[in-house]
Design a protein around this ligand. Structure first.
Ligand code: FDM
Length: 212
Protein backbone atom coordinates (compact mmCIF):
# COMPACT_ATOMS: atom_id res chain seq x y z
CA UNK A 1 0.00 0.00 0.00
CA UNK A 2 1.41 3.41 -0.90
CA UNK A 3 1.61 6.12 1.72
CA UNK A 4 1.69 9.87 1.36
CA UNK A 5 5.13 11.28 0.98
CA UNK A 6 6.57 13.29 3.83
CA UNK A 7 7.26 17.00 3.60
CA UNK A 8 10.77 18.39 3.31
CA UNK A 9 11.01 21.37 5.63
CA UNK A 10 14.24 23.37 5.83
CA UNK A 11 15.26 25.91 8.46
CA UNK A 12 17.80 28.52 7.43
CA UNK A 13 19.37 31.59 8.97
CA UNK A 14 22.63 33.12 10.13
CA UNK A 15 24.71 31.33 12.78
CA UNK A 16 23.23 31.20 16.31
CA UNK A 17 19.76 32.15 15.07
CA UNK A 18 18.22 29.24 16.96
CA UNK A 19 17.59 26.91 14.03
CA UNK A 20 18.53 23.73 15.85
CA UNK A 21 16.17 24.45 18.76
CA UNK A 22 13.31 25.26 16.37
CA UNK A 23 14.01 22.12 14.33
CA UNK A 24 13.80 20.02 17.49
CA UNK A 25 10.54 21.73 18.52
CA UNK A 26 9.06 21.21 15.08
CA UNK A 27 9.94 17.51 15.03
CA UNK A 28 8.45 17.15 18.50
CA UNK A 29 5.26 19.00 17.50
CA UNK A 30 4.84 16.84 14.41
CA UNK A 31 5.36 13.65 16.39
CA UNK A 32 2.90 14.85 19.06
CA UNK A 33 0.30 15.32 16.33
CA UNK A 34 0.79 11.71 15.27
CA UNK A 35 2.97 12.32 12.22
CA UNK A 36 6.27 10.65 11.54
CA UNK A 37 9.04 13.23 11.63
CA UNK A 38 12.82 13.17 11.80
CA UNK A 39 15.51 15.80 11.93
CA UNK A 40 18.56 16.00 9.68
CA UNK A 41 21.27 18.61 9.59
CA UNK A 42 23.84 19.90 7.15
CA UNK A 43 26.69 19.69 7.31
CA UNK A 44 26.24 16.13 8.51
CA UNK A 45 29.54 15.82 10.35
CA UNK A 46 29.28 12.05 10.85
CA UNK A 47 30.33 11.01 7.32
CA UNK A 48 33.90 11.04 5.95
CA UNK A 49 33.12 14.15 3.93
CA UNK A 50 31.42 15.66 6.97
CA UNK A 51 34.54 15.06 9.06
CA UNK A 52 36.66 17.00 6.57
CA UNK A 53 34.14 19.85 6.74
CA UNK A 54 34.01 19.72 10.53
CA UNK A 55 37.76 19.94 10.85
CA UNK A 56 37.72 22.96 8.51
CA UNK A 57 34.95 24.68 10.48
CA UNK A 58 36.79 24.06 13.73
CA UNK A 59 39.87 25.67 12.14
CA UNK A 60 41.87 22.47 12.61
CA UNK A 61 42.55 22.34 8.87
CA UNK A 62 42.46 24.67 5.91
CA UNK A 63 40.73 23.94 2.63
CA UNK A 64 40.68 25.95 -0.57
CA UNK A 65 37.35 27.87 -0.83
CA UNK A 66 35.99 26.18 -4.00
CA UNK A 67 36.98 22.80 -2.61
CA UNK A 68 35.12 23.25 0.66
CA UNK A 69 32.06 24.54 -1.17
CA UNK A 70 31.98 21.37 -3.26
CA UNK A 71 32.48 19.24 -0.14
CA UNK A 72 29.44 20.89 1.52
CA UNK A 73 27.43 20.08 -1.61
CA UNK A 74 28.77 16.51 -1.78
CA UNK A 75 27.76 16.11 1.85
CA UNK A 76 24.15 16.86 0.83
CA UNK A 77 24.28 14.61 -2.23
CA UNK A 78 25.53 11.65 -0.21
CA UNK A 79 22.38 11.92 1.92
CA UNK A 80 19.92 12.15 -0.99
CA UNK A 81 19.15 8.41 -1.27
CA UNK A 82 18.36 8.30 2.46
CA UNK A 83 16.29 11.49 2.27
CA UNK A 84 14.25 10.19 -0.66
CA UNK A 85 13.73 6.87 1.07
CA UNK A 86 12.43 8.53 4.22
CA UNK A 87 10.19 10.96 2.33
CA UNK A 88 8.73 8.12 0.28
CA UNK A 89 8.05 6.25 3.52
CA UNK A 90 5.92 9.20 4.61
CA UNK A 91 8.44 10.58 7.10
CA UNK A 92 8.47 14.39 7.35
CA UNK A 93 12.05 15.64 7.31
CA UNK A 94 13.00 18.76 9.22
CA UNK A 95 16.41 19.88 8.02
CA UNK A 96 18.75 22.23 9.84
CA UNK A 97 20.41 24.11 6.91
CA UNK A 98 20.47 23.03 3.29
CA UNK A 99 21.79 24.27 -0.05
CA UNK A 100 20.70 27.84 0.71
CA UNK A 101 23.32 28.01 3.47
CA UNK A 102 25.81 26.59 1.00
CA UNK A 103 25.17 29.40 -1.44
CA UNK A 104 24.81 32.19 1.14
CA UNK A 105 28.04 31.37 2.99
CA UNK A 106 30.33 30.74 0.01
CA UNK A 107 29.00 33.67 -2.00
CA UNK A 108 29.75 35.90 1.01
CA UNK A 109 33.43 35.24 0.25
CA UNK A 110 35.15 37.50 -2.29
CA UNK A 111 35.06 36.33 -5.91
CA UNK A 112 32.11 33.93 -5.69
CA UNK A 113 28.93 34.54 -7.69
CA UNK A 114 25.56 33.21 -6.57
CA UNK A 115 25.30 31.37 -9.89
CA UNK A 116 28.58 29.48 -9.47
CA UNK A 117 27.65 28.57 -5.92
CA UNK A 118 24.22 27.21 -6.90
CA UNK A 119 25.39 24.87 -9.62
CA UNK A 120 26.59 21.85 -7.62
CA UNK A 121 23.26 21.65 -5.74
CA UNK A 122 21.03 21.66 -8.81
CA UNK A 123 18.89 18.54 -8.74
CA UNK A 124 18.68 18.13 -4.97
CA UNK A 125 15.20 17.37 -3.60
CA UNK A 126 13.32 20.65 -3.50
CA UNK A 127 12.00 21.67 -0.08
CA UNK A 128 8.27 22.14 0.41
CA UNK A 129 8.99 24.97 2.83
CA UNK A 130 12.08 26.99 3.77
CA UNK A 131 11.74 28.84 7.06
CA UNK A 132 14.19 31.69 7.46
CA UNK A 133 14.85 32.65 11.07
CA UNK A 134 15.91 36.25 11.01
CA UNK A 135 18.19 37.52 13.72
CA UNK A 136 20.27 40.66 13.75
CA UNK A 137 23.92 39.47 13.39
CA UNK A 138 24.89 41.73 16.30
CA UNK A 139 22.42 39.88 18.54
CA UNK A 140 23.74 36.56 17.26
CA UNK A 141 27.23 37.62 18.30
CA UNK A 142 26.07 37.93 21.92
CA UNK A 143 24.92 34.32 22.03
CA UNK A 144 26.96 31.60 23.74
CA UNK A 145 30.12 30.24 22.14
CA UNK A 146 29.90 32.65 19.21
CA UNK A 147 33.22 33.13 17.45
CA UNK A 148 34.69 29.69 18.06
CA UNK A 149 34.07 28.32 14.57
CA UNK A 150 35.03 29.68 11.20
CA UNK A 151 32.59 32.24 9.72
CA UNK A 152 31.43 33.46 13.15
CA UNK A 153 32.23 37.14 12.80
CA UNK A 154 29.57 39.86 12.65
CA UNK A 155 30.95 41.31 9.41
CA UNK A 156 30.87 37.98 7.59
CA UNK A 157 27.41 37.11 8.96
CA UNK A 158 26.06 40.46 7.75
CA UNK A 159 27.19 39.59 4.23
CA UNK A 160 25.70 36.11 4.59
CA UNK A 161 22.42 37.74 5.60
CA UNK A 162 22.49 39.91 2.46
CA UNK A 163 23.00 36.81 0.33
CA UNK A 164 20.04 35.12 2.01
CA UNK A 165 17.98 38.23 1.21
CA UNK A 166 18.90 37.78 -2.46
CA UNK A 167 18.00 34.10 -2.36
CA UNK A 168 14.65 34.93 -0.77
CA UNK A 169 13.71 36.90 -3.89
CA UNK A 170 13.19 33.57 -5.67
CA UNK A 171 9.43 33.11 -5.64
CA UNK A 172 9.71 29.53 -6.91
CA UNK A 173 10.92 28.61 -3.42
CA UNK A 174 8.33 28.55 -0.63
CA UNK A 175 10.16 30.92 1.74
CA UNK A 176 8.62 31.97 5.03
CA UNK A 177 10.48 34.54 7.07
CA UNK A 178 10.26 34.70 10.86
CA UNK A 179 11.50 37.68 12.80
CA UNK A 180 13.12 36.84 16.10
CA UNK A 181 10.18 37.95 18.23
CA UNK A 182 7.82 35.84 16.07
CA UNK A 183 9.53 32.52 16.18
CA UNK A 184 10.08 32.17 19.92
CA UNK A 185 8.18 28.97 20.43
CA UNK A 186 5.90 29.79 17.49
CA UNK A 187 7.58 28.95 14.22
CA UNK A 188 6.95 25.25 14.47
CA UNK A 189 3.22 25.76 14.96
CA UNK A 190 2.42 26.98 11.46
CA UNK A 191 5.20 25.21 9.61
CA UNK A 192 3.30 22.02 9.12
CA UNK A 193 0.28 23.44 7.34
CA UNK A 194 2.49 25.71 5.23
CA UNK A 195 4.46 22.73 3.99
CA UNK A 196 1.29 20.83 3.18
CA UNK A 197 2.75 17.98 5.16
CA UNK A 198 0.70 14.85 5.35
CA UNK A 199 -1.89 16.27 2.98
CA UNK A 200 -0.45 14.54 -0.05
CA UNK A 201 -0.03 17.92 -1.69
CA UNK A 202 3.71 18.19 -1.20
CA UNK A 203 6.02 17.36 -4.06
CA UNK A 204 9.01 15.08 -4.00
CA UNK A 205 12.27 16.20 -5.43
CA UNK A 206 11.72 18.12 -8.58
CA UNK A 207 14.84 17.64 -10.64
CA UNK A 208 16.01 21.18 -10.19
CA UNK A 209 16.69 23.06 -7.01
CA UNK A 210 15.40 26.57 -7.60
CA UNK A 211 17.79 28.79 -5.78
CA UNK A 212 17.65 31.85 -7.90
N1 FDM B 1 27.85 26.14 6.01
C1 FDM B 1 26.86 25.25 6.11
C2 FDM B 1 28.45 26.42 4.80
O1 FDM B 1 29.37 27.24 4.70
N2 FDM B 1 28.01 25.77 3.67
C3 FDM B 1 27.00 24.86 3.73
O2 FDM B 1 26.62 24.26 2.69
C4 FDM B 1 26.40 24.59 5.00
C5 FDM B 1 25.30 23.59 5.10
O3 FDM B 1 28.89 25.79 8.09
F1 FDM B 1 28.82 28.47 9.57
C6 FDM B 1 28.37 26.79 7.23
C7 FDM B 1 27.36 27.53 8.01
C8 FDM B 1 27.91 27.44 9.42
C9 FDM B 1 28.63 26.13 9.46
O4 FDM B 1 27.49 25.34 11.36
C10 FDM B 1 27.84 25.01 10.09
P1 FDM B 1 26.40 24.53 12.22
O5 FDM B 1 26.57 25.12 13.61
O6 FDM B 1 26.81 23.08 12.18
O7 FDM B 1 25.06 24.79 11.62
Amino acid sequence: MSCRRGALIVLEGVDRAGKTTQCQKLVHALQQSGRAAEMMRFPDRTTKIGQLISSYLEKKSNLEDHTVHLLFSANRWEMVPLMKQKLEQGINLVVDRYAFSGVAFTSAKPGFSLEWCMNPDIGLPKPDLVMFLQLNPNMAANRGEYGIERYETSAFQRTVHQRFEELMQDSSVNWKRYLQQQWRGQAHRCAFCRAGAGSGRSRLGTDRLHLG
